[in-house]
Design a protein around this ligand. Structure first.
Ligand SMILES: Cc1ncc(COP(=O)(O)O)c(C=O)c1O
Length: 342
């Protein structure tokens, strides 16, 4: 019955949370809706949601549908874009926008690492700027969890959601997770979409008609946990605990720096790297913009066993993952990429 708790301590450590602040459950978009049911409470004066332009489509659909669900118009969505000719959003533009429009923003929801560009956002800075203007702040950490160190409790972020498909090795459809800051853990007045597994476990099996939530993130659970799906994630989390996020990050910075160096050395320069150059502003991923025939190049590399990821219209994403990629892998990738380009 409490199988999901076997993952709690390591999950909390991974994102810099207290155990009461995390729960492993559902899939990411489901968790995002559950969080918005509680933390997107628009009023006539304060009804906007701020996201980054180019947020993952599921997040865009989810926030737009929440806005419509509450009877507001598409104008309630603010999408912050990078400046003309730039690929990443500047911190100062984010801060200025929050300062300017903050009193009308109900919720700020940003990716920890943007899935397309690989930009790592300063979640602490955004949380502080948002809170100063009375906004709630949530995060989609799908591309950040297991990729970069996170300190959600200290940063004060209201909620976060992430999946385990990518750096956490779960594979498609594996169970996602959710963070709710301790300050909300016993706020019984918060509206929420309830299910029996969110009910206080001490009286859950009395099967009473009235819902009494568990304190903390577990109070947002709907259903009893999928044990077979949790088992491989548990194995992965044990590996993360053993390797340590700080050590993984140190290797990641070096590995991705090496990848960037080798790519910059290429003679054929018919591509550009759109991921920020500053290691503090990115995780393991580099997004390569190809000027022509990018899809064919991607297919050619895949046929050679080099699996990157193609995103229309022109972006090829690769990530040198510190847990299992070596410097030799990176070198071989760069050589294969160079040959495919030629
Ligand atoms: C940033 C981001 N948000 C949302 C999702 C959707 O996840 P799920 O299929 O678990 O809802 C993904 C999945 O790849 C993602 O990368």
């Amino acid at each position: 019955m409490p199988y999901h708790r076997l993952l709690t301590e390591q999950t909390a450590a991974l994102v810099g949370a207290l155990p009461i602040e995390v729960v492993v459950m559902n899939s990411l978009t489901v968790n995002l809706h559950l969080m918005m049911a509680s933390f997107y409470r628009p009023t006539r004066e304060r009804h906007k949601i701020l996201i980054e332009r180019g947020a993952f489509p599921s997040d865009q659909y989810a926030v737009k549908s929440q806005i419509r669900f509450h009877g507001f118009s598409p104008d309630s969505l603010i999408e912050l874009a990078a400046r003309e000719g730039e690929s990443s959003v500047r911190d100062e533009d984010l801060e200025a926008l929050i300062e300017r429009e903050g009193s009308a923003i109900a919720l700020i929801l940003l990716g920890g690492v943007n899935y397309a560009t690989g930009q790592l956002f300063d979640v602490e800075l955004i949380t502080k700027a948002g809170h100063n203007k009375g906004c709630l702040v949530g995060c989609d950490l799908a591309h950040a969890a297991g990729n970069v160190p996170l300190h959600l409790h200290d940063w004060g972020t209201d909620f976060a959601v992430w999946c385990s498909y990518k750096y956490l090795n779960g594979g498609p459809g594996c169970v996602a997770a959710c963070f709710v800051h301790e300050r909300h853990s016993e706020d019984w007045a918060l509206p929420r979409f309830a299910g029996w597994w969110g009910h206080d476990e001490k009286s859950r099996f009395e099967m009473g008609p009235k819902f009494h939530p568990m304190p903390g993130a577990e109070g947002w659970q709907l259903s009893n946990p999928p044990i077979l799906a949790l088992a491989p994630l548990r194995a992965s989390m044990e590996i993360f605990a053993e390797a340590g996020m700080e050590r993984l990050r140190a290797k990641s910075v070096s590995l991705t720096g090496y990848l960037e160096f080798l790519l910059q050395e290429q003679a054929a320069r018919n591509f550009s790297i759109i991921t920020p150059r500053d290691p503090e502003k990115r995780g393991a991923q580099l997004s390569i913009r190809l000027s022509r025939q990018g899809r064919e190049l991607c297919d050619r590399l895949t046929a050679q066993g080099v699996i990157g990821d193609w995103r229309e219209p022109d972006t090829y994403r690769v990530a040198a993952v510190p847990l299992y990629n070596s410097y030799q892998d990176v070198y071989e990738f760069a050589s294969g990429f160079s040959a495919a380009l030629r």
